[in-house]
Design a binder for this molecule. Structure first.
Ligand SMILES: *[C@@H]1O[C@H](CO)[C@@H](O)[C@H](O)[C@H]1NC(C)=O
Ligand SMILES: *[C@@H]1O[C@H](CO)[C@@H](O)[C@H](O)[C@H]1NC(C)=O
Ligand SMILES: *[C@@H]1O[C@H](CO)[C@@H](O)[C@H](O)[C@H]1NC(C)=O
Length: 579
């Protein structure tokens, strides 16, 4: 064999070795942060309001020592340690949350990014300036101790600083970061975006996928796959094709994870299709919501518990944790215990992957790699055909999640039903106008303060009456793709509604929230597993996107803007008549 060929051969072998599953670390072995008696006893004692608090606390000494001390304590108390002793134990062996992160003011933050000038309404412009300021509050950097002694932290070390959502979400999250990055790019902070991208790429290199968030207890699951899109947006803003060229193999690894671990075969109309689903084949309660998951499992037969926990994790992987969307067709649709996330083929997931496959094809084409460009073009075409065969409903004019167990579509309203429009994964331009008709038929456009997450009031946070920034985006930019001026006008009106909800709540509370309750005139949202959080990464990013795109038309007070000229005219007229 000639020398070059031998090198190539060895490299190939090395590549195969690195690509195989054995090379990846198992997802979360920690006997403290992921499972085990210590976790169980502490979480079931409910020492804190939020279970996430304990699993975010750094250790004061090595995990072996802490576990050794705990074993002694547990056996002293016959494996049922009383609260005061548990509290004393935590006091001695753990540190307060947040020690592993330090505040970080992005170096590329600047006073006056250009997009601000495009905002005509002066109140909205000054608000946008304050949102732009918030990046400095949400910037975080991992302390070097985490690199030196990773086993003492649940936080996963990241080389580059990042922007977090805020509140209980102290670390970065996968799909949140897409909307954060859109906002950062408008704020002209390409360096911060590049660092955040590099962090995600590093996670893929280490774990084979992007975890839900940067904590070891999130390693078993991912979140909606938007990494390829993040890269596309970064490259569109910077033309940094060298970065793309260096990392395109890692983007491919991430898509392989979804293709190999989240694929599902669907028989429909006598044909078989391959689509994707959220699926986390690991049991045990989620460490950060441990007591809730453990108690929920108490209501199902013992043999069904692991399956329930896996479905809860799949629900968390979907980003919609939790929603009636994953409870459809169950015996008890009001209880989370009937969750069956992995039995649904979600519209949004397949739209995201279809878009990613299309982007990969263009990336390869731009780098001159025709063979790979063709491979991804075919993958996209295959998925698009499956999306339209299985999920599109011609009569209703939208896409719907497909229920594998019952062999039928779920016809409930969710903004995700329009995700293919947003992702540009549809074959017929008239589908956007059909989707508008669908929204009108569903009476969704009658809500003044934002597009609701569903029309079901389940008490879960991804349902009525909550409205979320990323879901506004799916609908608004989905409709805006239509060539029809009427459909585009509806998109603008929805943007106007959402901006006013965000702006009014900000005026009253000086804060941005992760979600809004549109039934109470647009207040901070509620429901679900924890208190509503302030911050807030993706809400800020989405607001900046709308302020940028519609800045010449958006108004801080639409009704007033509409009434003012009329009122003025009426007053003048009255004045004239009364003279
Ligand atoms: C220890 O706990 C077990 C089970 O909870 C119980 O059966 C046993 O009697 C306890 N032993 C003592 C010494 O309290
Ligand atoms: C990127 O390159 C394109 C085409 O070469 C050019 O039109 C565009 O202005 C460039 N953008 C940036 C941000 O440099
Ligand atoms: C998913 O892909 C993997 C790897 O290609 C394959 O082994 C598995 O059979 C596929 N599963 C389904 C349901 O298609």
């Amino acid at each position: 064999m000639p020398e070059g060929a031998c090198q190539l051969f060895l490299l190939l072998l090395l590549g195969l070795g690195l690509g195989s599953q054995e090379a990846l670390p198992p997802p979360c072995e920690s006997q403290i942060y992921c499972h085990g008696e210590l976790l169980h006893q502490v979480q079931m004692a409910k020492l804190y309001q939020d279970d996430k608090q304990f699993v975010d606390m750094p250790l004061s000494s090595a995990p072996d020592q802490v576990l050794q001390h705990f074993r002694t304590l547990a056996s002293t108390h016959n494996h049922s340690v009383p609260r005061p002793q548990l509290q004393a134990f935590l006091q001695e062996h753990f540190q307060a949350t947040g020690q592993e992160l330090q505040p970080w003011v992005p170096e590329d933050w600047k006073d006056s990014p250009r997009f601000l000038e495009k905002i005509a309404d002066s109140k909205l412009r000054s608000w946008a300036r304050q949102l732009h300021q918030l990046w400095k509050k949400l910037g975080k950097k991992v302390r070097p101790e985490v690199l030196r002694q990773p086993e003492r932290f649940s936080l996963i070390y990241s080389q580059h600083p990042f922007i977090v959502p805020g509140g209980r979400f102290r670390e970065f999250y996968y799909w949140d970061s897409y909307w954060v990055m859109e906002g950062l790019l408008l704020s002209e902070m390409e360096g911060t975006v590049r660092g955040m991208l590099q962090n995600f790429l590093d996670l893929v290199q280490t774990y084979g996928h992007v975890p839900n968030g940067a904590r070891v207890y999130y390693l078993q699951r991912s979140q909606p796959p938007l990494l390829t899109l993040m890269m596309a947006r970064y490259v569109a803003h910077t033309n940094d094709t060298a970065f793309l060229r260096d990392n395109i193999g890692t983007l491919a690894l991430e898509l392989d994870f979804w293709a190999e671990k989240r694929n599902v075969s669907v028989s429909f109309g006598g044909k078989s299709y391959i689509l994707s689903r959220y699926h986390v084949p690991y049991g045990g309660p989620r460490p950060e919501s441990y007591s809730k998951d453990a108690e929920l499992a108490g209501v199902v037969p013992e043999g069904a518990r692991e399956a329930l926990w896996a479905e809860l994790k799949a629900g968390a992987e979907s980003g919609w944790d939790f929603s009636s969307r994953w409870l459809i067709g169950s015996q008890d649709p009001s209880s989370l215990s009937s969750i069956r996330t992995s039995k649904l083929v979600p519209v949004d997931l397949n739209a995201f992957l279809c878009q990613a496959e299309g982007l990969m094809s263009s990336f390869h084409a731009s780098l001159g790699n025709e063979a790979e460009a063709t491979k991804y073009r075919n993958l996209r075409a295959r998925r698009l055909a499956a999306l339209e065969a299985v999920l599109w409903d011609q009569e209703k004019g939208a896409w719907f999640d497909y229920d594998l167990e019952h062999g039928k579509k779920n016809h409930e309203f969710y903004p995700s039903n329009l995700a293919p429009l947003w992702a540009g994964c549809f074959s017929d331009p008239s589908m956007a106008d059909q989707a508008l008709q669908y929204l009108e038929d569903s009476q969704v456009l009658t809500y003044q303060h934002g597009v609701p997450t569903s029309l079901r009031k389940s008490g879960q946070q991804w349902d009525y009456p909550n409205a979320w920034a990323p879901l506004q985006d799916l609908v608004i930019r989905g409709l805006a793709r239509s060539p029809s001026p009427r459909t585009q006008e509806v998109a603008f009106q929805l943007a106007q509604n959402w901006i006013q909800t965000n702006f009014r709540v900000y005026s009253q509370t000086s804060a941005m929230y992760e979600k809004y309750d549109i039934s109470s005139g647009g207040q901070p949202g509620g429901g679900g597993e924890y208190e509503v959080q302030e911050g807030f990464g993706w809400t800020n990013g989405m607001a900046l996107m709308l302020l940028d795109h519609y800045g010449d038309r958006l108004s801080s007070a639409a009704q007033a803007a509409f009434l003012e000229p009329l009122c003025l005219a009426a007053a003048l007229l009255l004045g004239l008549l009364l003279r």
